[in-house]
Design a protein around this ligand. Structure first.
Ligand code: C5P
Length: 227
């Protein structure tokens, strides 16, 4: 399968987002819209992206009671986006209801395992007897067995997760940094090439592109790197 790049359009102003979209128009990438931009731009911004033929990844990371998530996924389905995230930590009943809401639509449900910003001390915080890697694997297995289309995990865990889960699924990996770049608030980071070599199918990259003067060129270089 062709490796894909999901550009995290993490800006807080809709005009700025539209300007960036103009700059990168026509590139074969997914645009990831988080809740900040979704709050600002709503459905009409999603429609603009679809009209420009981008695949759209709505990163709302649902984590709520099963009934609320069922209604949330049903509402997102009507938007015609391609990918939607939810937290596997929300539990199997929540995931099952999300899958029920998805039905046989083309929406792909991606389960976030453990955020790439978390370090080992998170394990103490939630009182888990697992390490971060073990917990990410356990959550990924549960999500994929229930029928999620993919999971979101760090490059550190993706190899193990791909090896241990025999079913086909999408491994979506954020926390990607270009050679020599800053890691910001991400803890478990990798370069694009290393992440795809470990088994990532979709790379999520935000700030390394957003900070660049020539965003189009940086995206093209990454696409070349992972092809
Ligand atoms: O700027 P940066 O490349 O760190 O952006 C990563 C993006 O991926 C952000 O939009 C963040 O919300 C998202 N994300 C993440 N870790 C996850 C899931 C999503 O960093 N586990």
């Amino acid at each position: 399968m062709k490796k894909k790049l999901a550009f995290a359009l993490d800006v807080t102003d809709i005009k700025q987002a539209q300007k960036i979209v103009d700059e990168i128009s026509g590139l074969d990438i997914i645009i990831k819209v988080g809740y900040v931009l979704f709050i600002k731009g709503g459905n009409s911004f999603i429609k603009e992206l679809k009209d420009r033929n981008f695949e759209v990844f709505l990163d709302l990371k649902f984590h709520d009671i099963p009934n609320t998530v069922y209604n949330g996924v049903s509402a997102v389905k009507d938007l015609g986006v391609d990918y939607l995230t939810l937290h596997t930590l929300g539990g199997p009943d929540m995931l099952a209801r999300a899958l029920e809401a998805k039905g046989n639509s083309n929406l792909k449900l991606l389960g976030v395992t453990i955020l790439t910003s978390h370090r080992e001390d998170y394990i103490d915080y939630i009182g888990s007897r697992y390490t971060i890697d073990e917990l990410a694997l356990k959550l990924a297995k549960t999500g994929i067995e229930l029928g999620l289309d993919g999971i979101v995990c760090s490059a550190n865990e993706v190899k193990k997760i791909k090896n241990e889960i025999k079913k086909q699924f999408l491994a979506v990996v954020p926390g990607i940094r270009l050679e020599g770049g800053e890691s910001d608030d991400q803890s478990r980071v990798s370069t694009p090439k290393a992440a795809v070599e470990s088994g990532a199918d979709i790379l999520v990259i935000g700030r390394p592109i957003l900070r660049a003067k020539d965003k189009r060129k940086v995206i093209q270089d990454i696409l070349q790197d992972i092809s």
